[in-house]
Design a binder for this molecule. Structure first.
Ligand SMILES: C[S@@+](CC[C@H](N)C(=O)[O-])C[C@H]1O[C@@H](n2cnc3c(N)ncnc32)[C@H](O)[C@@H]1O
Length: 326
């Protein structure tokens, strides 16, 4: 189901359906002829849905109405089973746009986590692209595999999921090369910069999604110091919902203040001499140590600039720090 099949027309056996009750609570079911969905508000037979148009209202045995729709990908990813923290839809949208994930692209992803971003990227690269996903935890890889298969209804022809550490796997013979994009959602993307540079085509793009400011700093400095990338770009997005009712039109009182930060950088051609940076770092940005070694380097002293010290990220739990997320 990589195209429009299963996304429009009357409900069919095997479709994923999202049922919304009068209080806005959602339940996601997979239609199976002859079976029923049980709630504390009564039973709902799947056969009552099969053959009905999408957007119908079906009633449980106790008369409660449920709106039946196929879930959008954002609904699916928010409700699917999770191992690791997922990439949220607002950030997935940014990744697709800013990392320019195009139909037919060859993309490396690590870690696959729960497979949320894998679903978004598979939809973007399409059947003729290639998504090589790496995940070092077998249990998370299994969750990702199940979620992707459930969303697409079968194995996606463009997807290759490998269990293992990205650096180790990319060093093996037969590892993907000449890829257009690399998207990293993991704890320490700066450790993978060498392997990523080897895998990317000139002009290719690396995108890192991280949870904390210290991680942003480390990945940006690693890309900057590496020598095979152009100047990185770092940003975040915030989404503010609105309450719209009669004359009461205003932003919602509550919003999600933080999910993650994004960093992108383009891969240089191997023989390209980067133009001199026009904007030098602000005085004091790196501290005295760095400035001394930089002066030495510029004067031919040969000392490499030390990586600015940055503590390990201190996210509230392991899965939140492992990449980004709420
Ligand atoms: C935040 S999760 C990724 C979530 C995923 N993007 C999604 O949307 O569902 C980070 C994952 O990266 C994996 N990981 C961390 N370092 C890795 C590495 N070097 N190689 C492969 N996987 C790695 C972790 O096991 C974890 O599952």
């Amino acid at each position: 189901m990589t195209g429009i099949h299963g996304r429009r027309g009357p409900f069919e056996d095997g479709d994923i359906v999202q049922l919304t009750d009068p209080k806005g609570r959602m339940h996601t079911i997979t239609l199976k002829a002859g079976t029923a969905f049980h709630t504390h508000k009564g039973r709902l037979d799947h056969d009552d849905l099969i053959g009905r148009p999408e957007g119908s209202v079906v009633r449980s045995t106790s008369g409660v109405g449920y709106v039946a729709l196929r879930p959008l990908l954002l609904d699916f990813t928010l409700s699917m089973k999770r191992g690791a923290t997922i990439v949220y839809p607002k950030d997935a949208a940014q990744i697709l746009a800013q990392a320019d994930i195009f139909p037919g692209a060859r993309v490396i992803e690590a870690g696959a986590g729960s497979g949320s971003l894998s679903c978004w990227m598979l939809r973007a690269v399409g059947e003729h692209g290639r998504l090589y996903s790496f995940e070092r935890r077998e249990d998370f890889a299994e969750i990702a595999r199940t979620n992707v298969r459930r969303y697409f209804g079968d194995d996606h022809p463009a997807w290759e999921l490998t269990v293992g550490d990205l650096n180790e796997r990319l060093a093996e013979p037969g590892a993907p090369r000449e890829v257009d994009r690399v998207v990293l959602d993991m704890l320490a993307p700066w450790e993978c910069v060498d392997a990523v540079a080897d895998a990317l085509i000139p002009g290719g793009l690396v995108c890192a999604y991280v949870a904390t400011a210290t991680q942003v700093s480390r990945v940006v400095e690693a890309l900057r110091d590496h020598g095979r990338f152009y100047e990185p770009h770092a940003w975040e997005t915030m989404v503010r919902d609105w309450h719209v009712e009669g004359l009461a039109v205003r932003p919602d009182h509550k919003m999600i203040g933080h999910t993650g930060f994004l960093v992108t950088a383009r891969r240089r051609a191997d023989d390209a001499e980067p133009p001199e940076r026009r904007r030098r770092p602000a005085k004091g940005a790196y501290g005295e140590e760095w400035q001394k070694s930089q002066k030495k380097r510029e004067g031919g002293g040969g000392a490499a600039a030390p990586e600015p010290a940055a503590p390990e990220p201190t996210a509230p739990d392991a899965s939140a720090a492992d990449g980004a997320g709420e």
